[in-house]
Design a protein around this ligand. Sequence first.
Ligand code: HEM
Ligand code: HEM
Length: 223
Amino acid sequence: MPDAKGQGFDYHDTLIIAHAVFASMATLITAPAAILVARYFRSRAWWFKAHIVLQTLTVAFTIIFFTLSAVAVASGGHGTQFVGPKKDPHHDLGLSVVILLWVEAIFGIAAHYTHTEHSETHGAFPTIKAKKSPLRHLHAWYGIFVAGLLYAGMKTGIDEWNMVADSGTLVPSGIQIAFWVIFSLEIAAYVIGWTLEAFRGKSNLRMISDHSTDEEKDGSPSI
Ligand code: HEM
Ligand code: HEM
């Protein structure tokens, strides 16, 4: 194992650092920001544009960080490490997360082109109770699952660096603490968003207009 101490990081480690930076931006910034926009600002006309711009960046980051990791792993002369004696949970989980996230983006685009019939909702959680295309419900729940997998990918990535970095270095503890703090704040913000909906939903009657189509529904105040 080449030791890069004193001479900076070698080719493999440099690629993995770039991999980790793009993975962190997708996991801790763009994906959660897009989801929180959908949770808190659905009544604003700009929410959908913000959701799609942020999630397009998330998808772009996954393409970049996946390519960087594959090139880094291949630089060791082992091809990919999804099967065989060198496979490990971070590689398998990482590949699955990337594929599941691309599928989620396709669900999102498909959900945008659904037609919603007239629907009135009473009581808490209008998002759940609203009669809308199952594809919209699927996109929302599956999206939460994918976001959870992204966090898991990051956590196992940190452990992976500690095991395989050519430099023999560990991920600085400040970065590990920052990961857990940001993770906790984002989950808390999302749960609070649902709690607020429960209180507001009880006091309001919500309605989705009869002929709302993709642009009309996603571009105007709705559930
Ligand atoms: C959502 C976040 C992440 C995903 C989906 C992900 C995905 C992947 C994938 C698919 C591979 C295997 C590539 C191959 O076998 O060809 C890989 C390798 C790797 N990743 Fe990640 N990664 C993520 C975050 C991170 C982070 C934050 C770090 C470091 C702090 C990291 C460090 C590594 C390392 C060290 C390797 C292995 C390199 C080797 O075995 O030579 N990853 N990652
Ligand atoms: C880039 C393509 C995407 C499009 C066009 C899109 C579209 C949408 C639409 C139309 C909704 C509203 C669904 C409803 O009526 O309830 C929505 C909500 C949501 N999206 Fe996306 N989406 C995309 C990507 C993603 C990705 C990649 C994720 C996950 C990482 C995601 C996670 C979510 C979640 C969790 C919600 C529900 C938020 C809430 O209400 O709490 N989306 N998206």
